[in-house]
Design a protein. Structure first.
Length: 318
């Protein structure tokens, strides 16, 4: 006989099992969402990639085009050639391999760190570069000569390190309190205009040679190397946020040399045991009380102040 009560008696158990299954599904989905937040998709992370170009040989660079379309993506491979898909992603740390070659930059790219192990030329084919982090560096290996004709725009900082030689044909613009810093031991030459929202400093034992320079704060040589200024130079004391009263001037605070061949209305100061050579058009030239170095002036300047024990020679006043 059919028992009408059997179904009624089992219904609570059915509902209980259904509730457990629903609760388990909700918990599983919630767990997956939480894990997705803790472990984002790896493709969004900055990676280490190397330029091989069309030659496709790991560790060796070849001439080619840097863009993010079609087969040119294959010009970049994971560093060392192991694992991961080819291509460059915004923020990647990039290495330019050994060899002598030209890379045509046709788009705007933001990079992490840049490492040059070969004699690479970055040609301006309508593109630009920027550093996304204030801690990023541009490293040039010993024995290499690198030429960059691409503009560096809107970078937090441009910080050069290494023992090789580097030339910038493009302009350099740093923002948001950034600056141009040279910690290299080689020679760095910038013929394009430099516009910094912060400092411009030669901090190492190498040479930094600049054309036109505009900086919100000091332009100075702080190390044992040489800073040479060949263009129109201005330390404004005003940053892009409109803050005023910032320290201004062109000065040598290191043991190396400051060579001024350009034009400025700023004061050029020697605060150290180094040498200041002025052969351009300047405002005041000052030897502070703490200086034991030498000031050599072969051009006309507005005023000379010698408060220290430094030697001052060849003075021509306006």
């Amino acid at each position: 006989m059919f028992d009408c009560n059997s179904t009624t008696l089992n219904r609570p158990n059915f509902r209980s099992r259904q509730f457990l299954r629903s609760t388990t599904s909700v918990l599983a989905v919630s767990t997956l969402i939480a894990m997705a937040g803790l472990y984002p998709v790896s493709s969004a992370r900055a990676q280490n990639v190397e330029w091989v170009g069309p030659g496709s040989t790991v560790g060796v660079g070849s001439s080619g085009t840097w863009d993010n379309t079609g087969p040119n993506q294959n010009n970049w491979i994971p560093l060392g050639g192991a694992g991961g898909a080819p291509g460059f992603t915004t923020g990647d740390n990039v290495t330019f391999n050994t060899g002598t070659y030209t890379v045509n930059v046709v788009e705007a790219f933001t990079v992490g760190n840049m490492v040059f192990n070969g004699n690479a030329t970055l040609a301006n084919s309508g593109g630009s570069l920027s550093f996304g982090s204030s801690g990023s560096t541009l490293s040039v290996a010993a024995g290499t000569t690198v030429s960059i004709a691409v503009d560096f725009v809107n970078s937090a900082t441009v910080n050069v390190v290494g023992d090789g030689d580097l030339s910038f044909g493009g302009s350099i613009t740093t923002v948001a309190g950034g600056g141009l810093f040279n910690d290299a031991t080689g020679t760095v030459v910038v013929t394009g205009a430099v516009s910094s929202d912060g400092y411009v400093r030669n901090r190492g034992a190498g040479t930094l040679e600049l054309g036109d320079v505009t900086a919100a704060t000091l332009i100075e040589n702080t190390g044992a190397g040489t800073l040479t200024l060949n263009g129109t130079t201005a330390s404004t004391g005003v940053n892009i946020a409109g803050s005023t009263g910032l320290p201004v001037g062109i000065r040598n605070t290191g043991t190396g040399a400051l060579n001024f061949n350009g034009t400025t209305t700023n004061t050029i100061s020697n605060l150290s045991s180094g040498t200041v050579v002025v052969s351009g058009s300047a405002g005041d030239v000052s030897n502070t009380s703490s200086s034991t170095g030498t000031i050599d002036i072969s051009s006309q300047v507005a005023n000379v102040s010698n408060l220290g024990s430094a030697n001052v020679s060849s003075i021509n006043l306006d």
